[in-house]
Structures are given as C-alpha cells and as structure tokens.
Design a protein around this ligand. Sequence first.
Ligand SMILES: C[S@@+](CC[C@H](N)C(=O)[O-])C[C@H]1O[C@@H](n2cnc3c(N)ncnc32)[C@H](O)[C@@H]1O
Length: 233
Amino acid sequence: MRTKLTTIRFMQETPPPTVITEPTALLGRWQEAFERQAPLHLEIGMGKGLHLARLAYRSPEINHVGLELKPDRVFMAHGVCRRYGLSNVRFLMGDADKLLEAFGPGDLDMISVLFPDPWPNAKQAKHRLTHPDRLRRYQRLLKPGGMLNFRTDHASLFHYTVSVLDELEIPYQIAIPVNRPLTNFEERYLIQGREVFGLIAWPNGQAETRIPEAFLLRAREAVTQVELVAGTI
Ligand SMILES: C[S@@+](CC[C@H](N)C(=O)[O-])C[C@H]1O[C@@H](n2cnc3c(N)ncnc32)[C@H](O)[C@@H]1O
C-alpha cells in the first residue's frame, strides 16, 4: 500500500492521463480533452471525488472536470472513476485560483462548490470559495443560464453566500435536489444528523432554466430523504 507521501509524489511526477497537466492549453477547447463536444461541469474542491463519480455516472452525456488542491485526493478520485469505468471525467490538480485560468468566458455549463472549507473567521473571508471575487469569476466562466450548485453544513457560510448573491444581484433558489448524488463529507454529516443547506444560483441572471419544484426540497426535508439516496451511485 502506498503511503500518502509516495502517492503525492506519484501524482506530481507521473499523473495518470485523466489529470490535465497543461490546462491553459485547453482554453475554449475543452472538448479536445474529452474527444467530444458536450456540456462542461466543473466541481471545485471535489475531495475524494465520490460526488463527481456519482454525477458522472448518472450523466454520461456531460463532460465533468474535478478540481482539487490535494494530490492524494485526486489520486483517490481518479481511482473511483476508473473503477466505475467513467470516460467522461478529467482532473485538475492544484489551487482553484490558479486553475480557473484553464477556462475561458462561457466555457462552463455548471460549477459545483460542495462543502467547501468554511473559513469561519471574518478575517479569512477572502479564502471562501463563495467570496464576491470568486463569484464574479464564476460569472465570467459560466454560459448564460449556467448554474452554480452550492451546499454546506455550515450555517454561517450559507448565510454569507446568500448575502453575497444578494449583493451581486444573482438569482438563486434555496433548495436541495432530493435524489442528488451525495459527497463524501455530506454522507458523513447526514449520518451524524447534521443539517445540510443548499442552493442553486444562476450567476448570469438567466434563471429561465429553473429546476422544477418537484425536483427540489428544502434542506431539512432533504435530510429525511437520505436513506433513499445513500449508497446509490
Ligand atoms: C471540506 S472538503 C470537501 C470535499 C468534498 N467537496 C466533499 O464534500 O466531500 C474541501 C475540499 O476542498 C479542497 N480545497 C480547498 N481549497 C481549495 C482550493 N483553493 N483549490 C482547490 N481545492 C481546494 C480541499 O483540499 C478539500 O479536499
């Protein structure tokens, strides 16, 4: 069994072909990485990649990119996707602020930010993945009508995110899809009985593709649905 250190070194020195090592070369040409034209979904801070793999399995018609800072987690996510035989997933390994340079205006159809580090201290707000500077960046990278999919267990991060969306006049719907794929952290939190908060936003203000009400449920109700979704891919 590899140690964490050898995994990190392995990923840095000989990353598997699904890890994009020269991302800016794909600016505006992401279909080349997948050898097909398809909508593009980016998950920022995907961790061990359970949600990414589950979503990619359920939506083979979409090209998925998982972005993660820690090489050992990219290694795990890569392993999960390989085990499921998923050919519609690629990875970016490193810091989101740098790696978002890989995408041009309107390259993305959806961005997922799921259970990001909350950075609870006000002085650390600039690190939050829903800080106004980052949301403005997502706005540039998303197509008109493109969606931001956000979930957290952290009430104050959720309220902060809602206030940033209000400040930027970005439309959103506070809701969680009932039969959503769960993330690694989300599974753990739900089992512990912790509440999960979620919203879908349309950073370019084009909300006509709103998700049907029937597909959405408020956070507290969604928690009671966990038995239905946990364990399914
Ligand atoms: C709390 S974990 C959640 C992981 C996953 N989304 C889940 O719900 O299971 C946050 C993840 O974001 C990653 N992360 C934090 N800051 C990042 C950044 N600036 N760029 C890329 N990944 C980042 C961390 O390494 C970590 O894996």
